[in-house]
Design a protein around this ligand. Structure first.
Ligand code: GCB
Length: 865
């Protein structure tokens, strides 16, 4: 073990000619890490989470508990006169730091930064052990209590070691050492700017100091040096503030994200030597919002359209390198967005920097979500989170709204165990907390807007909570959780009539979508990309028609991890405009067509390049996204023209079988895609070349991303063709989900197994004589299905046994599987594939004879051997 620690020990280089300057270095690499649940240790690098994998694994909860990080550092003699700090950008969720086994501090809350002073506990000239314990156990005192995303544990953002002179700018505060730059009055002619710093004298003597702030314009030219003489007695901390009028400011906006910079320095009076230096960028802009004018930035009205963004990524959990944070926001900007909401928590400091640079307006919020605890501790932690968020990110011109809560009554509304008194108490404490958060927010920053996101429920109005912040965000899921796309606009109009002065924002909307699922007949809950398009198109139009709605952010920029979800990709919320690995869904390109100013054209359907119309008379839809008024489609040397409506042109074409090159253009830009057409009517006669694969119980085609196979939507049997006989589409209880919303074990192709036909009598293919392989796909969808053997039961027992399902599979009259009981033979909610080889004289008929309960079938594949 000794050699091991020796290996981990790092010696921090401290060159004496850097004597007075602050030294900030990352301390991310090679930590010895262990989890309390097992005694394994491993070497990890920060950013790190221990839940990157288990939050996505079948059938178990992800680990919430304690993880310990250890490292030894050698502290050279030169540190004797220095101050040493550890600066965390974020660690989830209680972080306790020990140096040489002595506790130096603890921080509650997983989404903001914090600094610990480790100077007093370090031993000079020796190796020192730093031990950091991080705990993400559910804690009723710390938000979030409950939410639709994973609370990945670990030091998941960068960690820094900072060494300063004994005289330095204060670091150990809720602002983590940030100099506050305020811009209370900005106009086209003049900006009033203040700079607030705090300085510390930790030396053994009183000091006469000089504190200065250099101001640089967006062209990086120094425009001013403000300076003050300050006397600091031994051990004293003092605020030193400056102010400046900047004439004809170069304003910050999404089109011109101009950034100024301030560099603050401390030196001893009459000395050139800089003792400490900090810097920050800032921007000059003003804004207001009203129901008449909407959002007005620097005097210009601007409709805010963009997305929400969670901070996790495929395979990494929340432990992302800065480059991935940056690339997300670039992708959001390239979509044409001008606003983002960092739902549901403050994000990495890099996020706000890139938003400043790109010109994206930001709503950033604290994770007070879904529910509150009625304790002082919970209220205090929430308020501290808001203070930390505001003070740490104050200088970013991109931030225009501080969020205080999200859907705070949602658990309450859906909890039928709760008594009336408990309900009243919850409402009371939530309203009180909202008032406190509002007050704290305004105290720290009277110039930005406070905002709260609500779900579709009257309680927000009735309780008065909706009147607390400056503006309201509605999270509205009409056409998904509640019916009717048009109900969205009706709801908004009603709210506006009742509260005519309340500026409204649509903080969330969107359906789940899976690029593997394609159809021309989209329906809610089919997870098709076509339905995602239908809903977003409708919402965009309805918001554009209403001036009193000042903006909207789609839910969500990217698919994200949510361990309780079992949609078509289990453990993932699939409402993203891009996938969790950031590959783009069609809808991302649709937003480009709606929002970009430069010419844009795109043929939808990355996984829809193979089409199966019935026959030559059955048309197929080619969907184009463009911001032109008219687009041309060239296919097989024939040109078609279509007008574009709401960014969409649909060409209904009847194309012959085979491959076709589609080229679309608006005259300036073009896009091409090859599609292949195969008529369903020919599938049985051409079985030698093509297998037939059918996705039962649904109208959508499913693409297997591993094999590239397409399982086409189901059809009823007709003479000379193929299809099902009897039965109905399986629908679990009163769920909106097509089929069963369960994680089907043993497969990645969940949607294929989630939908099925129940009570099916037969599946027939009118194929010619030959040898075939018939593959049947099944999954028992009922968790409580019985495993009984049907032949051991009396008739009365058969009826009583819940969910007992037993059937025989016969092919062309021959019983090939007797008493198939999926629950007993394979387990419930598990993918089952059975193949049979069969010689057929005249067609194939797969028959299902029920012994008990209803037969079912999820997929069928016929191959000619
Ligand atoms: C909401 C929540 C968000 C969820 C989303 C959904 O309203 O604010 O956290 O992820 O709905 O997808 O259900």
């Amino acid at each position: 073990m000794k050699t091991f620690f020796y290996f981990l020990a790092i010696s921090l280089i401290w060159s004496s000619n850097l004597h007075a300057q602050r030294n900030t270095q990352s301390i991310n690499s090679a930590w010895e890490f262990s989890l309390e649940k097992d005694n394994k240790t491993e070497i990890v690098n920060i950013p790190h989470t221990w839940n990157a994998e288990d939050a996505f694994q079948d059938g178990k909860e992800y680990f919430r508990g304690k993880g310990t990080y250890k490292k030894t550092i050698f502290v050279p003699q030169e540190w004797e006169q220095k101050r040493a700090f550890l600066k965390f950008e974020g660690s989830n969720q209680i972080t306790t730091v020990f140096v040489n086994d002595e506790k130096v501090g603890a921080h509650r809350g997983g989404y903001t930064g914090f600094v610990f002073n480790i100077s007093e506990t370090l031993k000079i000239g020796e190796e020192n052990e730093i031990r950091i314990e991080v705990d993400n156990t559910h804690n009723t005192d710390i938000p979030p209590l409950d939410a639709d995303f994973n609370f990945y544990g670990g030091i998941y953002r960068d960690l820094e070691l900072i060494l300063t002179d004994e005289i330095h700018f204060e670091l150990e505060n809720e602002a983590t050492g940030n100099m506050l730059i305020k811009t209370p009055e900005v106009s086209a002619e003049k900006a009033h700017v203040t700079f607030e710093t705090q300085i510390v004298n930790h030396s053994q003597a009183a000091k006469n100091l000089q504190v200065s702030v250099d101001i640089f314009n967006p062209e990086k030219l120094k425009i001013e040096t403000l300076s003050k003489k300050v006397q600091l007695s031994q051990g004293e901390t003092k605020s030193v503030n400056f102010s400046k009028e900047i004439n004809n400011p170069e304003l910050w906006s999404p089109e011109a994200p101009n950034l100024y910079e301030a560099v603050a320095k401390i030196s001893e009076e009459n000395s050139e030597e800089i003792l400490d230096e900090i810097d920050s960028r800032f921007g000059l802009r003003w804004f207001e919002v009203s129901t008449e004018k909407g959002f007005v930035l620097n005097g210009e009205p601007i409709k805010l359209i963009g997305a929400n963004r969670h901070q996790d990524f495929e395979g990494l959990g929340n432990a992302l390198p800065n480059q991935l944070h940056r690339s997300d926001y670039k992708t959001i900007k390239e979509m044409g967005a001008n606003v983002i909401r960092t739902a549901h928590y403050p994000q990495d400091p890099e996020v706000y920097k890139i938003c400043d640079e790109l010109g994206l307006l930001v709503w950033t919020e604290v994770p007070v979500i879904n529910d509150v605890t009625d304790t002082d501790a919970y209220h205090e932690v929430s308020l501290k989170m808001q203070r930390e968020q505001i003070l740490q990110f104050f200088n970013h011109p991109s931030i225009v709204m501080w969020g205080i809560m999200n859907e705070i009554f949602i658990r309450l509304v859906f909890n039928n165990q709760i008594t009336e008194e408990e309900k009243e108490a919850k409402i009371k404490t939530s309203v009180e907390l909202a008032e406190k958060l509002e007050k704290e927010t305004k105290k720290l920053d009277p110039n930005r807007l406070s905002v709260m996101a609500l779900h579709e429920n009257e309680l927000y109005n009735e309780s008065g909570i909706a009147d607390i912040p400056d503006v309201i965000g509605w999270n509205l899921y009409f056409g998904w959780y509640s019916p009717g796309l048009e109900s969205f606009g009706e709801f908004l109009d009603k709210q506006h009539r009742r509260y005519p002065n309340r500026p409204l924002f649509i903080s969330e909307y969107g359906p789940g979508a899976d690029s593997r699922l394609q159809t021309d007949e989209p329906k809610p809950w089919d997870f098709s990309e076509a339905y995602q398009l239908k809903l977003h198109r409708s919402y965009l139009n309805q918001v554009q028609e209403r001036d009193y709605v000042f903006g909207m952010t789609a839910w969500n920029f990217a698919d994200f991890g949510s361990s309780f979800r079992q949609d078509s990709r289990p453990y993932i919320n699939q409402k993203g405009l891009v996938n969790i690995d950031r590959s783009k869904k069609d809808i991302y390109h649709y937003y480009q067509a709606r929002l970009l100013k430069e010419a844009f054209i795109y043929i939808a359907g990355k996984n829809y390049e193979k089409r199966y119309p019935k026959d030559e008379n059955d048309s197929l839809e080619i969907t184009i996204f463009s911001n032109a008024e008219e687009v041309k489609l060239n296919v097989n040397d024939t040109e078609f023209t279509s007008e574009v409506e709401d960014g969409i042109a649909v060409f209904e074409l009847s194309l012959p079988e085979g491959k076709h090159q589609l080229i679309v253009t608006d005259g300036s830009v073009s896009h091409s895609r090859e599609i292949e057409v195969k008529f369903r009517k020919n599938l049985v006669s051409e079985i030698d070349e093509n297998s037939i694969l059918v996705n039962l119980g649904t109208h959508v085609n499913f693409t297997d991303e591993t094999t590239g196979e397409i399982w086409i939507s189901d059809q009823e049997y007709k003479d000379g063709s193929f299809g099902y006989v009897g039965g109905s589409i399986y629908q679990k209880n009163d769920s909106k989900f097509q089929g069963t919303a369960s994680d089907i074990q043993g497969t990645e192709n969940d949607p294929l197994y989630q939908t099925m036909r129940e009570g099916i009598e037969a599946y027939k293919f009118d194929v010619k004589k030959g040898k075939y392989r018939v593959t049947l796909l099944f999954a028992e969808p009922e968790f409580n299905a019985s495993e009984e053997n049907i032949y051991n039961l009396s008739e009365a027992q058969k009826k009583e046994t819940t969910g007992l399902r037993s059937f025989d599979v016969k092919i062309n009259g021959k019983t090939l599987s007797k008493d198939l009981n999926l629950a007993r033979d394979y387990g419930r909610i598990r993918a089952v594939e059975i193949s049979y080889e069969i010689k057929s004289e005249n067609g194939i008929s797969v028959e299902f004879d029920e012994n008990s309960g209803k037969a079912l079938l999820s997929g069928i594949k016929l191959e000619k051997l």
